[in-house]
Design a protein around this ligand. Sequence first.
Ligand SMILES: [Zn+2]
Length: 301
Amino acid sequence: MPPDSVIGVDVGGTKIRAGVIARDGSVGRSIEIETPTDGAEPFFAAVDSVIVELLSDTVAALGVGVPMNLDRRTGLALAAANLPLASLDVHGRLRARFDLPVGLENDGNATALAEWRCGAARGATDVVALALGTGVGGGIVLDGRLFRGWAELGHIVVEADGPPCQGNCHGHGHLEALVSGEAACRAARGIWGDEADAHRLVHEAEAGDARAIAALERIGHLLGLAIGSLWNMFSPDVVVVGGGFGAAAWPLIRRSTCDAARREALRPADERIDVVRAELGDDAGLVGAGLVGYEALDGQR
Ligand SMILES: [Zn+2]
């Protein structure tokens, strides 16, 4: 690694990934641990441990993506939908512990930043990114700038008075409740019983199982409705679909997603709507966290 490398930390609902990230977004050494689900102190201990593991003389900053919405005035991470975390001063804690510049961003925003700078949306001016993992993260680039506010695209309503949302979200019929990896797990359990999960749903659909194919087409359809609506708001050059589940399921949901998006998008966007799979795959959140660290290093945050 050349001088001035950054450690990126991508906090997900089930795992924490950390890696040494170069300025061009390439990932050096990386490690992965389970995300503690028993509160703030175990969470901070876990984040500390992955940073310590990767720390070296060349590391000049830290970048962290969290599945939480951020208060831009105070810098506090307010609440997580899928983890028992709230009101965390992640920036202050890491700054005090490691004495390095710290960049903090919502994980969906970090994913959008990574795909825009280094992935499927390179060169675009307006981008909508959706990450389908445990939950559904989102991020938006508008007029060539990452939108730094809440882009909780996973919590838009796609089914009126639909099923309850996940985790701590008290909404109904939200995108996250219907197209996330967790939603795919629920669909799989509905078909094959308690042991089944999203991996099996994708695997069985690839093998031609009609029920699995139908369940994934339904997921793609609902995702496409949301994308059509997002298109009508932002008219992005491209919509990027990633996240662990999103990337794995993309070949199986692509057609139903694009059909529904085109159906709902206003003319002439319905003709040119461009929805693509994330290039960085599961690395997007990690790379984005690293890029946020470089922004902190360069004094941009
Ligand atoms: Zn929700």
